[in-house]
Design a protein around this ligand. Structure first.
Ligand code: BDR
Ligand code: CA
Length: 313
């Protein structure tokens, strides 16, 4: 599988990268960085650091992309992941440097090179992908599958009552992507909350592993764990990793359905809310497969095994 990961590397984005980087049969052709969780240059540095931790320094190129949403000011989530996005570990810079080519140019070029054999996992606001669609609408048709972490099938929000962060940050970009006719799956916050939380017992098991990867995991997830506790979530949350795990092993997605999905760009209290037309009221053809349920047990096992052995099945 040829894979591109579009990410705002911080917190769980790091774990998702680790999963892909430790899957031997996947060829990661590039990692593209989108504005999101923390200050842009930290996100670039965090992707490079994660590649190094995975023992792949210099083997996976990192392309910086959109530093701001299409129309709106950037909204950061440093209060969730720590100022540096790595649980405030403040890792020093690594030797690999980012590419000079812009992420959007790379996405278009890679979609031509691997037309029909290219999977994209998008785990950040969708600015880079929207820009690629606007530059070349055929881009969407050359991507074999687009997995998007964002929104929610049931309007369960995490930054506003009904809005999930990735779509909230750049609703116009998300709207463009959902109109672009990708073969795509949306993995919403509701399913992630239900099936991607590592609880205190899981985290104790990870502590006992005491491998370089488990230590890196615990450090980078430290601030998220603290933040989650203030929200009544006892453990670490892994929306991006669950999405990645589904892309690597589609049996983890146990229930889904095709729906028409549109993104709210006008609402007073619903900025970026994914409107999933489950009743068919709007009368449009489905434009996305929407996740409804995941195998959380299998997801956890894959994640724990990767941290223990440095490999996924
Ligand atoms: C999403 O928002 C970000 O903070 C996480 O990295 C994830 O992609 C969850 O809403
Ligand atoms: Ca993310």
């Amino acid at each position: 599988m040829h894979l591109i990961i579009d990410t705002d590397t911080a917190g769980d984005d790091v774990v998702s990268l680790l999963l892909a980087l430790h899957t031997p049969w996947v060829s990661i052709v590039g990692i593209t960085i989108n504005c999101g969780n923390v200050a842009f240059d930290y996100q670039v540095a965090n992707a490079l650091k994660t590649i190094e931790v995975a023992g792949k320094a210099g083997q996976v190129p990192v392309y910086p992309g959109a530093r701001n949403p299409l129309l709106r000011p950037w909204v950061n989530a440093a209060y969730v992941h720590g100022e540096d996005g790595m649980g405030e570990a403040w890792y020093p810079p690594v030797s690999q440097t980012p590419e000079s080519e812009h992420a959007v140019a790379f996405l278009l070029e890679a979609s031509r090179r691997y037309a029909g054999d290219l999977v994209i996992v998008a785990q950040a606001p969708l600015t880079n992908l929207a820009l690629a669609v606007r530059q070349d609408p055929e881009f969407a048709h050359r991507v074999s599958h687009l997995w998007v972490m964002g929104g929610s099938a049931n309007a369960v929000g995490n930054i506003e009552p009904l809005s999930e962060y990735n779509f909230y940050v750049d609703p116009e970009a998300a709207a463009i992507v959902f109109q672009a006719h990708f073969n795509m799956t949306m993995v919403g916050w509701d399913v992630c909350l239900e099936s991607s939380v590592l609880n205190d017992a899981d985290l104790a098991e990870i502590e006992r592993l005491d491998t370089p990867l488990s230590r890196f995991f615990l450090q980078t997830q430290r601030k998220t764990r603290e933040f989650n506790r203030t929200q009544g979530i006892l453990g670490t949350t892994h929306p991006d990793s669950l999405t990645m795990a589904m892309a690597l092993d589609p049996t983890i997605l146990t229930k889904s359905a095709p729906y028409f999905v549109t993104i709210e760009t006008q609402g007073l209290h619903t900025r970026g809310t994914s409107v999933v037309d489950r009743l068919g009221d709007l009368g449009h053809e489905p434009n996305a497969r929407v996740s409804l349920q995941a195998n959380g047990t299998r997801f956890k096992r894959i994640l724990m095994d990767m941290l223990a052995t440095g490999s996924t099945p």
